[in-house]
Design a protein. Structure first.
Lengths: 222, 261
């Protein structure tokens, strides 16, 4: 360690690769979050529907995802599904599916809490002007819930972004995988991992800052 | 036969669990009238108001709006609950202003007023905007159209809520203790707006603890006591010559406002 001589030229030589890898990771996180939000919203409505045949399977899904490691889900979908002749997904798509299912379970809980926290008085006001049930959801409940849950959605995005490193396990060329490859080729262990860490840190921090701006922009609920 | 009254309630009953809150309420509101409900807390005033626009469903008696039963249709003598869509359509014929304002927190004042106009009544954006602007002007808030609820005082929020309700041109406007959550110095601006609406001929049914206001604007006053109509009449009789003992003691709590009859 003491004798280690830093040689940062390895980073300069591979900057394009690292940049692409970082962007892929961000893209994976954002797409998975969006799909996860759709899954989570449907799941949250199923949970609060009061219909057992809807809420029970959703409950099982959420608990299963929350209580098993994400890496297992990734392996199961990537290596397991082809065993059942389901093999139309490439490794990136398979990972997006895994991360989306994972995000969906967490977003379900976020949205369920969000729906529960919306004061009844807003719904009553929407009823009083004659809005139909779906209109009350679309024009009042969802916009209010979105603003209430925005901080949680943001935290989930940052978590998901860090979890994209698990895609390295199935050789998706995101940042961790790419860093390991450069490592294997150059043996510049410290430079590569330090750079990868700095990129994760800077990106996650940037996301957090953007989210804070968004929260301020939508802070009409106090 | 005469045209049906705008609102006719007969023997309206409502029970929450074991507690019978409404024990058979009769009440009629004619077009253009201002009718006030007074009474102690827990006498059923608010519950009755909420039954009229189906925020609660009455479980006995009937409420007729322009002759149509509220909340159900009759096939023979059997009652069939209306679909959610039809219930929404019935609610759209009524306006309601709440004690806690209930403005949509994510929308500016003018968007609060426009939401029902565009989504429920299907009006175009510019027409809805003109209507909303007109009514915000009528409640004295033309300058605040772009403000969000959290940027407005309680009195201003309540005036926006009144504009939101009246802009829909409801057959009947319901007011549920709309000044009870306001700081005392903000009450007058809201009552002033309501007085203006009453004078312009809008039909109103209100629950209020503002006895001077009730006396001055109402055509008819109904005193509820323990879920029943204990006394009803023109304000001059109710305030000037009350007969019911409980009404006398109720009014006595506002002593100094009225001469004893």
């Amino acid at each position: 360690m003491i004798d280690y001589h830093f040689d940062w030229s390895v980073i300069a030589r591979n900057s394009g690769k690292l940049g692409d890898a970082l962007l892929l990771g961000l893209w994976l996180a954002v797409v998975s979050l969006l799909i996860g939000c759709v899954i989570g919203l449907l799941a949250a409505y199923a949970r609060v529907s009061g219909k057992k045949w809807l809420s029970a399977p959703v409950w099982a899904y959420v608990e299963f995802i929350r209580c098993t490691p994400l890496l297992l889900l990734i392996f199961f979908l990537y290596f397991g599904l082809p065993e059942f002749d389901i093999s139309f997904l490439d490794k990136t798509q398979s990972f997006v599916l895994s991360l989306s299912l994972y995000a969906g379970a967490y977003m379900c809980e976020v949205f369920r809490a969000g729906l529960a926290s919306i004061p009844k008085q807003y719904v009553e006001a929407a009823k009083a002007i004659g809005m139909r049930p779906w209109q009350r959801q679309v024009y009042v409940v969802l916009p209010v819930m979105f603003r209430i849950t925005l901080p949680s959605i943001g935290n989930n995005l940052i978590s998901l972004f860090k979890d994209t490193s698990l895609a390295a396990a199935i050789a998706v060329p995101e940042l961790t995988f790419t860093a390991r490859q450069i490592n294997a080729n150059t043996f510049r262990v410290m430079e590569v991992w330090l750079t990868a860490s700095a990129l994760y840190l800077a990106s996650a921090y940037l996301i957090a800052m953007v989210l804070r701006l968004l929260e301020r922009r939508y802070a009409s609920i106090r | 036969m005469n045209e049906p009254a705008l609102l006719q309630a007969r023997e309206v009953r409502k029970t929450f669990g074991q507690i019978e809150v409404l024990k058979g309420i009769d009440l009629t509101v004619q077009q253009g009238q201002v009718v006030s409900l007074i009474g102690a807390s827990g006498s059923g005033k608010t519950t009755f108001l909420r039954c009229i626009n189906l925020l609660e469903e009455h479980d006995g008696g009937e409420i007729l709006l322009d002759g149509d039963p509220v909340g159900y249709t009759l096939s023979g003598t059997r009652r069939k609950r209306l679909s959610e869509t039809k219930i929404s359509a019935q609610r759209a014929r009524l306006g309601m202003v709440f004690q806690q304002f209930n403005l949509f927190p994510h929308l500016s004042a003018i968007d609060n007023v426009m939401l029902g106009l565009t989504k429920v009544q299907g009006k175009g954006h510019s027409e809805a905007k003109d209507i909303a602007q007109h009514w915000l002007g009528r409640v004295g808030l033309a300058e605040r159209a772009g403000h969000y609820p959290y940027q407005l005082s309680g009195g201003q929020q309540q005036r926006v809520a009144i504009a939101r309700a009246v802009a829909m041109q409801p057959r009947l406007l319901l007011f549920d203790e709309v000044t009870s959550a306001l700081d005392p110095e903000l009450v007058a601006e809201v009552l002033g707006v309501m007085q203006g609406l009453a004078e312009s001929g809008i039909t109103m049914l209100l629950v209020s603890h503002e006895m001077m206001f009730v006396r001055d604007v109402s055509n008819h006053v109904v005193f509820l006591d323990q879920g029943k109509v204990a006394e009803a009449g023109p304000p001059s009789e109710i305030f000037g010559n009350p007969q019911n003992d409980r009404l006398k003691s109720f009014l006595g709590r506002f002593h100094g406002l009225f001469g004893r009859g």
